[in-house]
Design a protein around this ligand. Structure first.
Ligand SMILES: [Zn+2]
Length: 399
C-alpha cells in the first residue's frame, strides 16, 4: 500500500514535454495550444510550446510521447472511513485503485460507513475532526482526500458549526443521511455551516440503503446546500420533473454520480446545457456504496456522458476537473500557472475504434491511463485498472 504523508512540501522541477493533446479542464477553452508543461515545487509554473519554455534543469523529465495530458480527475462524492480501507464492501487499497483511474482528489460526502458511527453531537464532531486530521496526515496512493464531513443530527446549534470550523472542518456530509430530514431544520443548519465556511452537500432522491430516507426536491430547495448531491439519485432518482425543477429553481452545483440512475444523469446534464449552465455540472462516484467501489468510475462517467449524451469528450473532462475545482474551491483541476501540478496522462486504449483519444471517449470507450502525477511527483505509471493505453509516457530522467 502506497502511503504518502502530506506534510512534506514537494520540491523540484518537473517538465512534461511532447504532449500531443492538452486538456485544460476549462469549459471556455477545453483544449490548449501547447505541448509542454512545467511545474516547480508542486505548482504549475508555465504552459506552452517547448521551444518557448525554460525546460532546463528538470529534476524529473517526462516524455509524453504525443499522448494527452489533463488535470487530475476529481471525485466530488466519496464515502471514506479511515486509511485505505472501506468496511462497506470490505476492501483495502480502494483509494490507491482510484489513482489508477486518474483520480488525484476526492471529496468526502460523509464518513457514514464508520462502524458504530457516533450520532450524538459531541461524538459526531469528534469523528469528523479525526477524519479530517487523518486524511490530511496521510494520502493513500498520494490522493488528496478532503474528509471530515459530519452528518448533521437534530439538536445541533450554531456554536457546533463554529467549533467544527475552528477545528479545521471544511465540509458537511450529505444532509439527510442523519436525523435532519426536514427542509426547515436543514436550511437553518446549512446556513450556519455556510456562515463559518463549511461547504454543504445534500442527499437527493430515494433512500440509498436500509436506514436512509427520501429527500425530495422541495427539501433540497429549502435546505439550499451548496451541492445538489447526486441529483441522479443514489441510486433511486427523483421524477425527472423534480430534477428539472432543481436545475431551474436554484443555482447550486448539479452533481451527477456513477452510483446513481444513468437515465436521470443524462437528463440532468441535458437540462443544465439547455439552461446554458454547464459550469454547474460536477461528477462523483458516490462510492464505496451498495453498488460497489469503482476505481474507473469518473472515467466511466465521462465516457458515458460523452457517448450517450452527445457531449464532446473534451467538455466532459471539464465536468470532473475545472468545474469541480471551481465549485469546491480547490487549487487543482485546471491547467493554469499557480495551481497544483496534478495531472493524468492518457491515450486511447489499445484496439479502440476511435482514431484519437477524444474520438474513442466519444464512442464510449475508456481511455488508458499512462501516468498520474500529484504535486509534480509521478505517483503511478501504466494503470493497473484501465484498458492498456496505446502509447505510454516515459520518465526519461533529469533534463
Ligand atoms: Zn446520498
Amino acid at each position: 500500500m502506497a502511503l504518502v504523508a502530506t506534510n512534506q512540501a514537494p520540491k523540484g522541477k518537473l517538465v512534461v514535454k511532447n504532449i500531443g493533446l492538452m486538456l485544460s479542464g476549462d469549459l471556455q477553452a477545453p483544449i490548449l495550444d501547447a505541448d509542454c508543461i512545467i511545474a516547480i515545487d508542486g505548482r504549475i509554473d508555465s504552459i506552452g510550446k517547448e521551444s518557448s519554455l525554460d525546460t532546463k534543469g528538470a529534476d524529473t523529465l517526462v516524455d509524453a510521447k504525443q499522448t494527452a495530458l489533463a488535470p487530475g480527475l476529481i471525485d466530488s462524492h466519496v464515502h471514506p472511513v479511515f486509511g485505505d480501507w472501506t468496511p462497506r464492501q470490505i476492501q483495502i487499497n480502494w483509494i490507491d485503485s482510484f489513482l489508477h483511474g486518474g483520480v488525484t482528489t476526492m471529496i468526502s460526502a460523509g464518513e457514514v460507513h464508520l462502524p458504530g458511527r457516533p450520532k450524538d453531537i459531541v461524538g459526531l464532531k469528534a469523528a469528523a475532526i479525526t477524519a479530517q486530521r487523518s486524511f490530511d496526515n496521510l494520502r493513500p496512493g498520494g490522493i488528496k482526500l478532503h474528509a471530515g464531513a459530519p452528518v448533521i443530527e437534530k439538536g445541533m446549534v450554531e456554536e457546533d458549526f463554529k467549533d467544527l470550523a475552528e477545528a479545521g472542518v471544511k465540509l458537511l456530509g450529505e444532509v439527510g443521511l442523519g436525523g435532519v430530514k426536514e427542509g426547515e431544520e436543514a436550511k437553518k443548519m446549512v446556513a450556519w455551516a455556510r456562515k463559518y465556511g463549511l461547504q454543504s452537500t445534500i442527499h437527493t432522491g430515494g433512500p440509498s440503503i436500509p436506514g436512509s430516507g427520501l429527500i425530495d426536491s422541495d427539501v433540497v430547495l429549502e435546505a439550499d446546500a451548496d451541492v445538489i448531491g447526486h441529483i441522479n439519485g443514489g441510486h433511486t432518482a427523483l421524477p425527472l420533473k423534480e430534477i428539472r425543477c432543481l436545475c431551474e429553481r436554484c443555482t447550486r452545483a448539479i452533481e451527477i454520480v456513477h452510483n446513481g440512475n444513468e437515465a436521470a444523469a443524462l437528463y440532468a446534464m441535458r437540462t443544465a446545457f439547455e439552461l446554458g449552465q454547464s459550469e454547474r455540472i460536477i461528477l462523483g462516484t458516490d462510492s464505496p456504496a451498495g453498488s460497489g467501489v469503482q476505481p474507473l468510475g469518473i472515467l466511466r462517467m465521462i465516457a458515458m456522458l460523452s457517448a450517450i449524451g452527445d457531449v464532446p469528450a473534451e467538455i466532459a473532462f471539464c465536468f470532473a476537473t475545472g468545474n469541480t475545482a471551481r465549485i469546491r474551491e480547490l487549487d487543482c483541476g485546471l491547467l493554469e500557472p499557480g495551481r497544483a501540478a496534478d495531472f493524468v496522462i492518457l491515450d486511447r486504449a489499445q484496439h479502440t475504434a476511435g482514431k484519437t483519444l477524444l474520438e474513442s471517449v466519444g464512442l464510449g470507450d475508456l481511455p488508458g491511463v499512462g501516468m498520474v502525477i500529484i504535486d509534480g511527483v509521478p505517483r503511478s505509471g501504466r494503470s493497473r485498472n484501465t484498458p492498456p493505453a496505446t502509447t505510454l509516457p516515459e520518465i526519461v530522467g533529469a533534463g
